[in-house]
Design a protein around this ligand. Structure first.
Ligand code: GCW
Length: 711
């Protein structure tokens, strides 16, 4: 990204009129603002004379950011003048200590930004207890400048709501990214540690700018090789690059590693040899990476090994690893994404059934990491009933940034809207106002550890995320993890202002478009609580008809069970009784179709196609109307974008336009195929005036995508 700035400077020097580099999205939201921005009064940056690497990052960032913004380099000065920018901890700069700023309670990552008198001069102060707070303060100031163009209203006091704000990379050692739609892995495991790609610095810097403080580098479907000496050295090289940006590295650990690479004949978590092996492995990792974060584990899920292979519990497995990491300060993030093909229980109930009885039996350095919903990152699910149900175990949120089930990288879907819906959902476990965000930030149950993770959408593509708008989801993950109470729309506006332009004539309509995009994808893929009806394996495109796979819960049909008479999954007491996993007021409401929101109707209920909806339409008519609405919403998005060409450089404008055209065609495909299928099963004619599907049901059923990415 710095190279782009050099490019601009060169271009200016040589007085060339054409831009010296393509607008390919590489600079993300950290773009060089136009020189036409109003001049900033800052004259000098004053900070510690011997800054740590993290503080060095912060100071360089300010110098480059402000210099770039205003076309002049700001020299670091010893002396404080009016409008100097002063950055430091009270320990580094006694003048900052004298200000008596409200730093108590801000921890290591919080910061205060104030205009305040120092040495009789009016300075702009960034203060914190630790250099990490200074780094986040520096980025906050730059964000303010980039989004507002000046320093008015800059005063703020912030600390992150959750401690672990992580990306989870599902990246394999061979460079393939599971569910990745942005090229190959950015981690070049083969050339590491001999060659460390400069791109890792840009990656770390982008994460720091939005408060992300760690990354799990490898896939949860983990290879044990990642824990060998050879690979630990590679991970250590990445850790060295990420550290000056306040980021720690973590690894996904394969539970059977003691067998796979350790020469043991068991991975039983209660076997002393196994425990000793993991303890030794932890010592080895920490010798190479003293601030290693810890392990993420997918165990006894989708074929991964785990403690249940030895008749032990998830707690036995997690605690063994926790004991190995504890002496070094590491954590275990144990995933709750478990379900089994031999368990006949409704798949969405299984995690709760397995984990709630274990509440309180995990070590202090264990978090249980649950996906936002009980199924699997669908366009819409109710919140996971584990949230609120494990008061004695820190629960960590797992969101999916990569759009596995939401159209891959070519569909514009702003996930901030989805995550806001989940975070704001009221679990009702302690009466009204017990939101999921209160569980996650630890306030509801006094969790000592807190975290939010997002499955990354990052790859080797020049634009990082496989699309320009995909970047907004990476951005939103960081911002909402820092503060889950932020409004998703405000976050979208922040991102737009920094990524494109601050002009409200652009920002307002595009923010509306982004907020609508989530509802659009629900409507054209899985309206009214339908779920998991996408193509098997690759998860691309509609396939509600599939019902012949060996594992019942891998069949789309399992989730809707449409027949001539009815559709939907009965999760009331008459059915699987999944409603009983929610607090009584919700269980009551969701136990009755009349008090269930349309959004969750077919998730919780099995209803006649003639069921009368709130709209007055029958269920069948409403379903068709929602599919039509979804397609129309994408058409609206396309029209909105098409009118804004004057605000966006040609390269990015065209890319977004192309993708919206793909999205529109695919929304139509989803609508046509689903209407054709459900109309066929229910034997219903299309409602009056509705356009028939473009092709026959057989045509849609015959489509195959052997080369779909990410699989
Ligand atoms: O949604 C499913 C994905 C798998 C993934 C799994 C999980 C990493 O299809 O690709 O595996 O979830 O979250 O473990």
């Amino acid at each position: 990204m710095k190279s782009s700035w050099t490019g601009v400077a060169l271009a200016c020097l040589l007085a060339l009129s054409a831009p010296a580099f393509a607008e390919d999205g590489y600079d993300l939201w950290l773009r060089v603002p136009g020189v036409a921005d109003p001049a900033l009064p800052v004259r000098a940056i004053v900070g510690s004379e011997a800054p740590s690497p993290i503080l060095r990052s912060a100071i360089d960032e300010l110098r480059d950011g402000i210099g770039a913004a205003y076309g002049a380099a700001i020299p670091e000065a010893e002396r404080i003048a009016d409008d100097s920018l002063v950055i430091g901890t009270p320990a580094q700069l006694p003048a900052v200590g004298d200000l008596d700023l409200p730093l108590a309670g801000l921890g290591d990552e919080g910061y205060v930004i104030r205009r305040a008198p120092i040495d009789g001069k009016s300075a702009i102060v960034i203060a914190a207890n630790d250099d990490r707070g200074l780094l986040y303060g520096a980025f906050a100031l730059l964000r303010h400048l980039r989004t507002t163009g000046g320093l008015d209203g800059i005063d703020r006091t912030e600390r992150p709501a959750v401690a672990l704000r992580l990306l989870n990379h599902w990246d394999n050692p061979d460079g393939h990214v599971e569910r990745g739609y942005a090229g190959r892995s950015i981690w070049d495991w083969w050339r590491l540690p001999g060659h460390v790609d400069p791109r890792y610095t840009d990656y770390a810097r982008a994460n720091a700018s939005i408060g992300i403080n760690g990354a799990v580098l490898n896939n949860v479907n983990a290879r044990a090789d990642m824990l060998t000496r050879r690979y630990i050295a590679k991970t250590a090289a990445i850790a060295d690059v990420l550290r000056p940006w306040g980021m720690r590295v973590y690894l996904s650990a394969r539970f059977s590693a003691p067998i796979d690479i350790g020469g043991l004949d068991t991975a039983d978590p209660l076997d002393p040899r196994v425990r000793a092996w993991w303890a030794g492995k932890a010592d080895e990792i920490y010798a190479a990476i003293p601030d290693f974060g810890g392990f993420l584990v997918k165990a006894n899920s989708e074929g991964q090994p785990g403690p249940q292979d030895y008749d032990r519990t998830h707690a036995d497995g997690a605690n063994m690893l926790a004991d190995a990491l504890a002496p070094h300060g590491g954590v275990v993030m144990w995933r709750a994404f478990v379900y089994s093909d031999v368990n006949p229980e409704d798949r969405v109930k299984q995690a709760y059934s397995e984990f709630v009885p274990l509440d309180g039996s995990f070590r202090d350095n264990v978090l249980v990491q649950a996906k936002n919903g009980p199924l699997d990152f669908q366009p819409r699910e109710p919140f996971h009933p584990l949230f609120g149900a494990m008061p004695d175990t820190p629960l960590m949120m797992e969101f999916q940034v990569t759009q596995e089930y939401l159209g891959f990288s070519t569909h514009l879907v702003y996930l901030g809207a989805l995550w806001e819906e989940v975070l704001d959902a009221d679990t009702r476990v302690r009466g009204e106002g017990s939101q999921v965000s209160d569980v996650i930030d630890g306030s509801l149950h006094d969790y000592a550890l807190t975290g939010i993770a997002g499955v990354a959408n990052i790859g080797s593509d020049r634009d990082w995320s496989g699309s320009i708008f995909g970047q907004s989801n990476w951005y939103a993950l960081g911002r909402l993890a820092w503060n889950p109470d932020l409004s998703a729309r405000d976050v979208a506006k922040e991102w737009l202002a920094q990524t494109f332009t601050r002009d409200p004539a652009f920002v307002e309509p595009v923010a509306d478009m982004m907020m609508q995009s989530r509802e659009a994808v629900v409507n054209y893929m899985t309206p009214l609580g339908l779920t998991h009806i996408m193509g098997t394996g690759h998860h691309y495109g509609p396939a509600p008809w599939i019902d012949d796979l060996s594992r019942p819960e891998w069949n789309p049909y399992y989730y809707h069970r449409a027949t001539r008479g009815a559709v939907g999954f009965d999760r009331t007491a008459r059915g699987s009784d999944a409603v009983s996993q929610y607090a009584p007021p919700l269980a009551r409401a969701w136990g009755n179709p009349a008090t269930t929101e349309d959004e969750y109707l077919l998730w919780f209920h099995r209803l006649s196609w003639d069921y009368r909806m709130r709209s007055g339409r029958t269920l069948w008519e409403e379903l068709v109307a929602r599919y039509d609405l979804g397609v129309a919403q994408v058409a609206d998005m396309q029209a909105t974008w098409a009118a804004l060409g004057d605000y966006v450089d040609a390269d990015r404008f065209k890319k977004v336009s192309d993708y919206l055209a793909i999205q529109r065609a695919e929304a139509r495909w989803w609508r046509d195929a689903c209407i054709a299928y459900f109309g066929d099963v229910s034997n219903r004619p299309l409602p009056e005036g509705v356009e028939p599907p473009a092709k026959s049901l057989e045509y849609y059923r015959g489509l195959a995508f052997p080369y779909a990415p990410g699989n």
